[in-house]
Design a protein around this ligand. Structure first.
Ligand SMILES: *Cc1c(COP(=O)(O)O)cnc(C)c1O
Length: 360
């Protein structure tokens, strides 16, 4: 019943990180991005925690928005991938969802629909990422068509997304900003560009609306130290417990495939977390965990439900001790780097088997 494999979520840290995003861009309004279950932290709880400070929330897909509405979240919600049918547009109108329009098909649907009330539309322009967005040359026409449509609210927010905001001073970001500015000039629309990286390191990308996600959860999007990111407070601590301890002799190996072999006598602790909980299967031997304030390196392949760590020399390590996989003293970015991925993937990959425990 009671498994001590938990993700502790510090909602106060999320509020502080949100406040930092606002403070860094005082001229902008800050929409809190809570897609993918708030990057694994629990979208409904995070939305509740930011109610009263965040004027709006953003999600990727309409189902995420509907879940928030069902849970009683009544703030404006932006669906960043937009919707792909007229019936979904009707649903968006009923639920008062704002939608991105990133291609001609979505624009045509919006013109053809007969919505009960006009909705807020965020046309997205492709300034170089080449993933989603209308071509810069077609933006003027799109905006005039939106203005002519009864389905579209008068206030239009033109947005784009930065491909390299995690690289401070990136020339590519500069190019995207120039492309954006050239195509929205004199259009009389609101603007939105910044994600976390843009907010923290590129003031020129701060516009009417900023869209931070990752930084709200207290992790830096940069691989190097950036001063503005130093204040971030990690919101998630992923922890588990030791459920077995054994001594192994020199040359004995541990786990599937015997990947790790003791070079001398060692104490191995088995911990109740594995890749089915979201701990990365690609984590190599030596990836740090923390036991009783000491680093205990991963020793052996990550299995579905368990990992094995080397607790040799950690005074008094025993069954029931807490093991921290990432959190305040061990950045998820460190684990991600060891496992060949990014912190975003690890945070969003913590599975539903792991109970979220919230502190205010
Ligand atoms: C996810 C996302 C964001 C937030 O990005 P972070 O790097 O997490 O801050 C902003 N805008 C769009 C369009 C997104 O998809």
């Amino acid at each position: 019943m009671h498994r001590k494999t938990e993700a502790l979520i510090d909602l106060d840290a999320i509020r502080a990180n949100y406040a930092l995003a606002c403070r860094l861009a005082p001229e902008s309004r800050t929409i809190a991005v809570i897609k993918a279950d708030a990057y694994g932290h629990g979208a409904v709880d995070v939305a509740h925690a930011l109610q009263g400070s965040a004027p709006a929330f953003a999600v990727a897909i309409i189902d995420e928005a509907l879940e928030l509405r069902e849970a009683g979240i009544s703030e404006p919600l932006l669906v960043m991938e937009g919707v792909n049918s007229i019936s979904a547009l009707e649903c968006a109108a009923e639920q008062e969802l704002a939608v991105v329009v990133h291609n001609d098909e979505q624009l045509e649907d919006l013109e053809r629909a007969r919505l009960p009330t006009p909705i807020s539309v965020w046309p997205k322009v492709d300034t170089g990422m080449h993933r989603l967005g209308l071509s810069p040359g077609s933006l003027a026409d799109t905006v005039s068509r939106l203005r002519a449509s009864d389905n579209c609210e008068a206030s239009i927010v033109v947005c784009t997304h930065l491909a390299s905001a995690d690289v401070p001073g990136s020339a590519f970001t500069q190019q995207q900003l120039e492309t954006f500015d050239a195509c929205v000039a004199d259009m009389g629309v609101l603007q939105s560009i910044s994600n976390s990286g843009g907010i923290l390191a590129c003031p020129a990308s701060h516009r009417d609306w900023n869209r931070p996600g990752y930084m709200l959860y207290g992790i830096t999007p940069f691989s190097n130290d950036v001063a503005s990111a130093a204040e971030l407070r990690p919101a998630m601590t992923l922890q588990s417990e030791i459920i077995a301890i054994r001594e192994v002799a020199a040359s004995e190996s541990v786990g599937y495939g015997g990947r790790w072999t003791a070079s001398s006598a060692a104490t191995i602790a088995t911990v109740a977390i594995g890749y089915a909980d979201g701990y990365p299967r690609h984590a190599p031997d030596g990836t740090p965990t923390i036991v009783n304030g000491c680093v205990a390196p991963l020793a052996g392949a990550v299995s579905m439900d368990l990992i094995t760590i080397d607790v040799t020399g950690i005074e008094g390590a025993r069954i029931g001790d807490t093991v921290t996989l990432w959190g305040e003293d061990l950045s998820v970015n460190t684990i991600a780097k060891a496992a060949g991925t990014i912190g975003y993937e690890l945070l969003t990959g913590v599975t539903s088997r792991v109970a979220r425990k919230f502190t205010m």
